[in-house]
Design a protein around this ligand. Structure first.
Ligand SMILES: [Zn+2]
Length: 522
């Protein structure tokens, strides 16, 4: 059985890569053993790669209504919807997956319909918390089902896997309702147009914004593909309720005064092509920033995105907007448990073995410390790296095997056809540019048929380019002359040109452009 199958987004050193999925070669090799996929919730990093896996291993998928609803849209885009075997589960479900039985316990998170998974296996019970928090004041959903956790605890849990993302933070995570109060204050007091950026999957946050729009008689327009898509899907499935007449379309905006408008947009991470970024940098067709606009960023920043985000926030301020972000006001609550919530769950479940999951290694380490403080024996706590194989029996756990895992890079439609060297080449192209030399040589006389065509991109300044070009031409002439008078193979000529030009260009420009000779014999 596989638990979740997500994607991650490319880092700055992966130019041209759209998404990153897990390397599935181990799963494909063992596909005869796989009986099903269980989905804990509808976040991209948990459902994004399911389609790529189903292409190879078409086993049944189990998940809650919202997660499967969001997954459906993805499978549809990939043309897989008709073959996928999707099974909706809820807190009452008990499903058999091979020799396992799975049950689902509702927890709170930053997307509705998130479930911890209880697996009854032949050797004992394994509990996976999923991404979770315990919110005693949730919006539109129940408090995580603590009764069920304690009930499962009474059945003797062999191994518990727990979310570590916020395990370094003392106390209890903020409630979603508290975010609503902060937003109420800001929206209620504002007499200007309001623009709110959030995660498109934070359905309950969006619901709160819609409620406040109704309370303060504002019209709401939604911008950004994923935001429109998710809100539409959530209304369809009943996760978002909005009174008629609150939502308006782009073309209707002109009928309302600024102070009566509230825009919900994508771009809480400063993504270049998101609605907020386009609006900030005057690249949006319909909306631009007015002086006095109130922009609220109701989201956290995913590490690595800071640079892009600050660029957008600076631009918004520059154009006269008032920008509110998390560190200025409580306009966002994390979806992951703090220390107190982990302590509470460990107390209820009382597992024999404990394994921190999710988050960086430092977070998992902190999670392990919590378990130790709560009385779990240090040698019963397992900190694993990706690829480590954990063998569980009723009396012991061993970790002594490693399989190859990693990432596959996807650009456009191809899967896994981008190796590390392709990425390295793209990095060089992006940073240091390219020099292309096209030439045609006579097969029998070995003479050049015409002057070679030289194109340079991305490494020469206008001023110095004349001198460089002149020198490149002289060097090429020498190389082609040498070839003509010798018995060298054409591939030797390639290498000579590459080597000489690269060292010359480095010496002159301190850059390492890709030198690409294309020489054809006719
Ligand atoms: Zn999540």
């Amino acid at each position: 059985m596989i638990l979740d199958c997500g994607i991650t987004f490319p880092q700055e050193d992966m130019p041209g890569v759209d998404i990153v999925i897990p390397d599935m070669s181990y799963l494909i090799k063992n596909k005869h053993k796989i009986r099903g996929i269980v989905i804990t919730h509808g976040h991209e990093d948990h459902i994004g790669a399911v389609g790529y896996l189903l292409k190879e291993v078409n086993v049944p998928v189990y998940g809650a209504k919202l997660a499967l609803g969001l997954l459906e849209s993805k499978l549809n885009e990939m043309g897989l919807l008709s073959i996928a075997k999707l099974n909706v589960v809820d807190s009452n479900s008990k499903v058999s997956i091979g020799c396992f039985k799975a049950e689902f316990i509702p927890v709170n998170h930053s997307i509705p319909d998130t479930y911890a998974v209880v697996l009854t296996t032949p050797v004992g019970i394994i509990l996976h918390t999923a991404d979770f928090k315990i919110d005693f004041n949730p919006v539109n959903e129940r408090v995580a089902d603590l009764n069920r956790f304690s009930e499962v605890g009474n059945r003797n849990v062999l191994l518990m896997l727990a979310d570590s993302t916020n395990a370094t933070k003392e106390g209890h995570s903020m409630s979603e309702k508290a975010v609503g109060e902060s937003l109420d204050n800001l929206i209620g007091r504002s007499s200007s147009r309001i623009i709110i950026a959030s995660f498109a999957s934070n359905i309950n946050r969006i619901q709160q914004v819609l409620n406040l729009a109704e309370k303060y008689r504002k019209k709401v327009c939604i911008f950004g593909y994923s935001m429109r898509n998710n809100i539409k899907k959530s209304i369809e499935l009943g996760y978002i309720k909005v009174k008629k007449g609150i939502l308006i379309e782009e073309f209707e905006i002109k009928n309302y005064k600024s102070k009566d408008l509230l825009l919900i947009v994508t771009g809480s991470q400063g993504e270049t092509n998101s609605a907020l970024s386009k609006i900030a940098f005057k690249r949006h067709q319909k909306i631009s920033i007015d002086k006095n606009d109130l922009v609220i960023r109701s989201a956290s920043v995913i590490p690595g995105n800071e640079k892009f985000l600050y660029r957008v926030i600076n631009e918004l301020f520059r154009r006269g907007a008032n920008v509110i972000y998390q560190s200025l006001s409580d306009v966002h609550a994390s979806g992951h448990a703090y220390k107190q919530e982990l302590r509470l769950l460990i107390t209820l479940v009382r597992p024999k073995y404990y394994m921190p999951v999710h988050g960086e290694f430092m977070h998992m380490e902190s999670n392990a410390m919590i378990a130790m403080d709560m009385g779990i024996n240090e040698k019963n706590i397992f900190l694993l790296e990706n690829g480590d194989v954990m063998k569980v029996s009723s009396s012991k756990i061993t970790v002594d095997e490693k399989i190859t895992v990693g990432a596959s890079f996807i650009d456009g439609s191809g899967v896994g056809d981008l190796g590390d060297d392709v990425l390295k080449e793209r990095m060089i192209l992006a940073q240091d540019g390219i020099l292309n030399i096209s030439a045609v040589i006579d097969k029998t006389t070995r003479y050049l048929k015409a002057e070679p065509i030289i194109t340079a991109k991305g490494f020469m300044y206008e001023k110095e380019s004349d001198d460089l070009m002149r020198m490149i031409k002289i060097m090429l002439k020498e190389d082609f002359d040498k070839y003509q008078k010798s018995t060298l193979h054409i591939s030797d000529l390639h290498n000579i040109i590459k080597k000489r030009l690269r060292s010359y260009l480095y010496q002159e420009t301190k850059r390492n452009p890709v030198v690409l000779p294309v020489i054809i014999e006719v």
